[in-house]
Design a binder for this molecule. Structure first.
Ligand code: NAG
Ligand code: NAG
Ligand code: NAG
Ligand code: NAG
Length: 792
């Protein structure tokens, strides 16, 4: 036996066994449909579809710490390690501008002398705020010596300004943490910076602060009642009413509950708030908040045994503004604190519920070892936690005029008794898939034909953004999650650190240590070109317009109202698309394929549904009868198709692949399986009558791969032909042990190269040899094209 033959045999064995294992595994995991997105796109596919652009900095890992969207200047600012970038919102990877801001050699040396590692001793830009119309405020860790500066960006886009303001560099103490890994959150309103951070080198002093050019107001130092080991996650200034003096600043963070012995206990999520105009007290609470209150945010699911599962660790927060600036919707991404069960949940909070908790009873306990109870005695006036404003009677022009009694009360009763419960008293989204961590959330509000939907974009620790909608069913009081898309935005797996959304531009801006990506929110044509495909997708951005699946605009946006079909709530394609669909029973419409297999060999009849959520059914057509193929130990139903481990001659026949989704039946494919005896292969290939079939076969194998394929998630799984690699027909024949590849090739060549035949094939399969719709790179429709026939 020659070396090459031995190698081929060896490769064949390894290859086949890997593939079988892989297909069987896929087939097994495919039963739980809910965790499957309708569409899954790899980084390469996103790129080929022009759906994404990625800015990678200059080779070195980017390590973005914070990002800021500036629609006015059409820029995205990215605070990274030693550098501030200004990127174009149109294309993040074109015309970047940058300001270098590294620590000096002596600063780095000093930092290392203090015992820090070299990578920590750099200037990580962690605070980035729009200071006013023409300037940004930027703060960095400055090699464990925080610094801030103002950056000029000009009045308009045309100014093209991006430089430090002269002499604006100042100390960043109290404005920026020392440690690059320290959590902090900030928001800037009317020239004042509100920030939650650790203010000291040793990370002992967690504080909520406000800074302007004259004052520095903060929570009390070393007051565990106010803050205990906080992790700062989010913040926002939200008006209560039309009196700006009544504006409140909300901070979202986690902290530890202190128990009787002062020993740290469970982690809880809190919302804390202060008055934006809080000036502190006159004799006591000088430069301290006179209005700081907090309460617990609950995100939990009821268990069957009456024990709730709590998601107490806030990972990220998104404030979705609405037309009413007093009532944004608050989205929290939470995880469990349990070491055993790691799950994630998204809960939504209404401002009215948050306000109600702050207007409710204060929490009180006689002694630390007692339970919390509602404070029932008389509360001093003005109510502790209220602002000095006209709305509150106008009796006090500043918090400095508040009676000591009020300040004393607020100091000793910072917590409210009632927690804030989420909308519907449950999470809108639950993820318990092990292995994957969820890190970030951004939300878009989308108007669809049957109402408004929240589209949730959730970042993971492996470079993926999940796009969900969640639908609440009032009648059954249940929540439905629909995973629309799974987008791998970076080539390398890395945790998503930031997601910003521009509804105006219909773009997401996603940051991770490997880069900053921009991703279009939707690409409706990917769902398919038929009414049913579009309708079943249930993407509120998309509707079927009579010709294609395209962006849905509510009536009135365009004066000429077009014919639209969309059903996000139910995805009822049967009702919506009936009559439009060519009768699916007409099998002629389905794609036809011919597969030749050799007896006793394994064979895959490939049929991959457009939707990963669809259920696939196989039928064998014998004479006038159709039997469902249910699979057994020899014939396995995999998510890639029907796999015959050892083909028998009695298996020959016409197989029909159908998908069912939401009751909608779709015939995808009709495959005629020919089973050949080993010695008959040769004659079958050269028989004249089979020329056309053979041409199809040759073509299907020799033609280039039709556009990108949708690869199953998971790296490190063995590659499957037609998936990542192209398997050539002659390789096939070699694999199945058919030696005379020369003649097959000759034959294919002859058919393939005959001009007349080629045109015929082109008409049938499109120029790329994919299928009718294939038009080349970036053609959205070519994307889910069924791939060439496989014979193994
Ligand atoms: C923004 O602030 C800077 C620094 O205080 C100041 O020089 C500039 O004039 C301000 N711009 C506007 C538009 O107020
Ligand atoms: C500092 O505060 C004063 C008084 O409020 C104000 O007039 C001035 O513009 C502020 N300076 C800066 C640089 O913001
Ligand atoms: C495929 O069929 C050929 C010819 O009958 C045979 O020699 C070979 O062992 C078969 N391969 C497998 C994997 O069964
Ligand atoms: C994708 O972008 C390239 C480069 O800008 C362009 O030539 C091509 O036409 C685009 N393709 C699609 C499908 O938009």
């Amino acid at each position: 036996m020659s070396v090459s033959v031995m190698m081929a045999a060896c490769i064949r064995t390894v290859y086949l066994s890997l593939m079988l294992l892989y297909l069987v595994l896929l087939g097994m995991t495919h039963t739980a449909h809910s965790i499957y997105p309708r569409i899954r796109l790899s980084h390469k596919e996103l790129w080929q579809l022009n759906r994404t652009w990625v800015f990678q900095g200059h080779g070195a890992s980017l390590q973005p710490q914070t990002m800021l969207l500036d629609e006015g200047h059409e820029r995205l600012y990215v605070g990274a390690k030693n550098i501030l970038f200004s990127l174009s919102l149109d294309r993040v990877n074109t015309h970047p501008r940058e300001i270098q801001w590294a620590s000096t050699e002596s600063q780095i040396e000093e930092c290392m002398m203090k015992g820090r590692e070299k990578p920590e001793c750099a200037n990580y830009l962690k605070v980035l705020q729009q200071y006013n119309q023409t300037h940004l405020l930027v703060c960095g860790t400055g090699a464990f010596n925080p610094i801030c500066a103002l950056v000029k960006v000009g009045h308009t886009v045309q100014d093209r300004l991006f430089a430090f303001e002269d002499d604006s560099v100042m100390s960043g103490r109290g404005r920026c943490p020392y440690d690059p890994n320290s959590p902090c959150t900030s928001t800037l309103s009317r020239g004042e910076l509100y920030i939650g951070l650790y203010t000291d080198y040793w990370e002992n002093d967690g504080a909520l602060c406000r800074l302007n050019n004259q004052t520095f107001t903060r929570t009390e130092r070393n007051d565990r009642q106010q803050l205990n080991e906080p992790k700062f996650v989010g913040s926002a200034v939200i008006p209560d009413n039309d009196d700006r003096d009544d504006d409140k600043v909300y901070f979202f963070f986690t902290e530890r509950e202190v128990d009787a012995e002062g020993v740290n206990k469970a982690v809880y999520t809190r919302v804390g708030r202060v008055c934006a105009n809080d000036q502190g007290g006159q004799r006591m609470l000088v430069n301290r908040w006179s209005s700081f209150l907090k309460t617990r945010l609950i995100c939990s699911v009821a268990g069957p045994n009456g024990i709730d599962t709590h998601f107490d660790d806030l990972e990220d927060l998104f404030v979705l503004s609405t037309k009413d600036d007093k009532n944004p919707e608050i989205f929290g991404l939470f995880s469990t604190t349990s070491a055993v069960f790691k799950g994630y949940a998204v809960c939504v909070y209404h401002m009215e519920d948050i306000r109600a908790a702050f207007n409710g009873p204060f929490a009180y306990r006689e002694r630390p070892e007692h339970h919390w109870t509602p404070y029932e005695d008389k509360v001093p006036y003005p109510r502790p936690g209220s602002c000095a404003s006209q709305v509150n009677g106008g009796g006090f022009s500043s918090s400095k005029e508040f009676p000591d009694e009020v300040l004393r009360f607020v100091r000793s009763h910072p917590a409210m008794y009632r927690p804030v419960l989420p909308q519907h008293h449950r999470p809108v989204l639950l993820q318990t898939e092990p292995g994957r961590k969820l890190t970030q959330i951004a939300v878009d509000r989308v108007q669809a034909q049957d109402g408004h939907y929240h589209v949730l974009y959730i970042g993971t620790d492996d470079s993926v953004v999940l796009k969900f909608i969640t639908i609440y069913n009032k009648d059954t009081d249940t929540m439905e999650e629909v995973l629309l898309e799974e987008l791998q935005v970076f080539k390398m797996p890395a945790p998503i650190r930031e997601i910003l959304i521009s509804p105006k531009r219909q773009q997401l801006y996603v940051g991770s240590e490997v880069g900053v990506a921009q991703v279009r929110l939707h690409q409706c044509a990917l769902y398919g070109s038929e009414c049913a495909d579009c309708c079943l997708a249930r993407d509120p951005y998309c509707a079927w317009d009579g010709l294609t699946c395209s962006r849905y605009y509510p009536a009135g946006v365009y004066t000429k109202r077009r014919f639209r079909r969309q059903d996000v709530r139910h995805g009822n394609a049967v009702q919506l698309c009936n009559g439009l669909q060519i009768d699916d029973e007409k099998w002629q419409r389905a794609e036809e394929r011919f597969v030749y297999s050799v007896e006793s060999n394994s064979t895959l009849l490939e049929c991959v549904p457009r939707s990963l959520q669809a259920k696939v059914l196989w039928f064998l057509q014998k004479e006038e009868e159709r039997h469902e193929v249910r699979g057994d130990e020899r014939v396995i139903m995999t998510s890639h198709g029907l796999l015959f481990l050892r083909v028998k001659s009695s298996d020959a026949g016409v197989y029909v692949c159908q998908t069912v989704e939401h009751g909608y039946v779709h015939t995808l494919l009709r495959v005629t399986l020919h089973v050949l005896r080993g010695e008959r292969v040769e004659s079958a290939m050269t028989r004249n009558g089979d020329e056309e079939k053979a041409a199809v076969q040759c073509h299907a194998s020799i033609g280039p791969s039709p556009g990108p394929s949708i690869s199953p998630r998971s790296l490190g799984q063995p590659s499957v032909p037609g998936q990542h690699s192209k398997l050539w027909y002659k390789d096939f024949l070699q694999l199945i042990g058919y030696g005379d590849a020369q003649r097959v090739e000759e034959y294919c060549e002859r058919v393939w190269c005959s001009d007349k035949k080629r045109k015929k094939i082109k008409r049938k399969y499109g120029p790329l040899g994919g299928e009718k719709r294939g038009k080349g790179r970036g053609d959205e429709n070519s994307h889910r094209a069924p791939r060439h026939t496989l014979v193994t």
